[in-house]
Design a protein around this ligand. Structure first.
Ligand code: FRU
Length: 501
């Protein structure tokens, strides 16, 4: 849990980096290159610390990505809102810090996660102020459409009383675990859910309503969970509506749990029909927004999976996922696709059809190398035991990451046991379930970006992993089959361009 880092290290975080403009951020990026690990086309902070995506919006055509940012160092401490803009979801430019803690305000400890609100044309954000022992909902309004300068509402904090009829969870540090916001409007009424937990029960998404975004009245939880299944606290709850139904997702410190079903507008309660995990790896605290063309785009924080000292030495920590287009299948399961805009990254293309991979050890991809790749394939998995893909392999095989498709076990495993020679990097395996289509095939789509590996099967299951090879020659790519020949019906590999260097 990142909140556990709340120690006062480093220089005065209230002023560091506050006035930074684009050039200074560029210089910071150059000062911490970390070429083997720092993603080339995923968004990362200029330097220092990044966690959750916040305030996502396409405003006047431009995409705005705000994020939890500590300008004082690569650790979670005094959190500001960093800001980047893009016209194409591919190239991001740093903007000055958007929101900073106010030592005399209700957000003295940090400006925590929150969402964008279009208040009849006035760009606004609802966020959590971390104060001495309190987590306090606050509002800020942008001064113009550049979304660069924000004025915090004089009425902040907006909610100070905890609901009387539920026993909101407390901790040693906090009088109430009560944070993160998802705001929407139905008719003339504003609603928001806040992440929380109920003593002895489990995580909760608490519903509030308001006529003016400033005065909020408590309704009830739209859903509560069982602490044994989804933890005692829900962070970053988000309710998404689709024609096929609704999706509520919450982050419970270890995973992003989703519930799909119906949000009953009259009863104001979420009726879950199905549940699952949005991503089986390090993807956390995601947030979404509706783009102008109607797509629902989701970003998540990709946590580091190397120790704190290694993050300190690298000078930066945390990456943003690629944007994922989220939809709901007819049976209520979430599906992902990647925005076509990302195709702009594609450079050299290697294409194969009906490729036979033999168990004799011949590697049909021996000519390909790279640490920034997109791979897309459809595999005929009938009668196959294990088949897989090797990435970031050194010529002598000392370092390598293996994506094992264990067909018999209906599982995909990212085997990191040899990913890195460094003890600072996690070496446990990550896994996700694998389903085969009726014709015995499955599809795999993956993005490798130096230390980031985003993996999708059948556009439905996702697993994001972090790997930290130490050797600069860890750029080999391979395919293998374990016990019998495997036919890869189609295989496309693209070497991808860098947008950050
Ligand atoms: C999730 C989270 C949020 C909180 C923010 C603080 O990662 O803990 O609950 O608002 O990060 O940075």
């Amino acid at each position: 849990n990142c909140l556990a880092y709340a120690a006062g290290e480093g220089s005065d975080p209230r002023t560091v980096g506050r006035s930074k403009g684009r050039e200074e951020f560029e210089a910071m990026r150059e000062a911490v290159p970390d070429a083997n690990h720092r993603p080339a086309y995923h968004f990362t902070p200029p330097a220092n610390w990044l966690n959750d995506p916040n305030g996502l919006v396409q405003w006047n055509g431009r995409y705005h990505l705000f994020y939890q940012y500590n300008p004082a160092g690569p650790f979670h401490d005094s959190i500001h809102w960093g800001h980047a803009v893009s016209d194409d979801l591919v190239h991001w430019e740093d903007e000055p810090i958007a929101l900073a803690p106010d030592p005399d305000g209700p957000d003295a400890v940090g400006v925590w996660s929150g969402c964008f609100v279009d208040d009849e044309g006035t760009p606004s954000v609802m966020y959590t102020g971390g104060d001495d022992g309190d987590q306090l909902p606050c509002l800020a309004r942008a001064e113009d459409d550049s979304l660069r300068t924000w004025t915090k509402a004089a009425e902040n904090p907006l909610i100070t009383e905890m609901p009387a009829d539920v026993d909101v969870l407390q901790s040693i540090d906090w009088r109430a675990e009560f944070r993160d916001h998802c705001v929407w409007r139905t008719g003339e009424t504003w609603y928001q859910i806040v992440g929380s937990g109920i003593e002895g029960e489990g995580g909760a998404a608490l519903l509030f309503e308001s006529e003016d975004l400033l005065e909020w009245e408590y309704c009830h939880p739209i859903l509560t969970g069982d602490w044994r299944k989804t933890g005692p606290i829900w962070e970053c709850p988000e309710l998404l509506r689709f024609d096929e139904g609704s999706l509520l997702h919450v982050s419970d410190y270890s995973k992003v749990a989703y519930f799909s079903g119906e949000y009953d507008e009259a009863a104001k309660r979420f009726e879950p029909e199905d549940h699952g995990v949005l991503d089986h790896g390090v993807f956390y605290a995601p947030q979404s927004f509706a783009a102008d063309d109607g797509r629902t785009l989701m970003f998540g924080w990709l946590k580091e999976d190397r120790d704190r000292e290694a993050q300190w030495d690298a000078g930066w920590s945390g990456a943003m996922s690629l944007p994922r287009v989220v939809s709901l299948a007819a049976d209520g399961t979430p599906e992902f696709s990647l925005p076509t805009e990302l195709e702009a990254l594609r450079e050299t293309h290697h294409s194969f059809s009906d490729l036979t991979v033999s168990p004799d050890g011949t590697n049909p991809l021996a000519d390909i190398e790279g640490d920034t790749l997109e791979v897309k394939m459809t595999v005929d998995a009938r009668n196959v035991g294990e088949f897989g893909l090797v990435l970031r392999e050194t010529p002598d095989g000392e370092e390598r990451t293996v994506v094992r498709c264990k067909i018999r076990h209906r599982e995909v495993v990212v085997d990191r046991s040899q990913s890195s020679n460094s003890d600072a990097a996690a070496d446990s395996s990550d896994s996700m379930p694998l389903t085969l289509d009726e014709d015995g095939t499955f599809s795999l789509h993956l993005f490798l970006d130096r230390s980031v590996l985003e993996l999708f099967t059948n556009d439905a299951q996702a697993l994001t992993s972090r790997i930290y090879p130490t050797r600069p020659d860890s750029t080999g790519v391979g395919l293998y089959a374990d016990d019998c020949e495997v036919t890869v019906r189609s295989l496309d590999v693209w070497e991808l361009a860098a947008t950050e260097d």
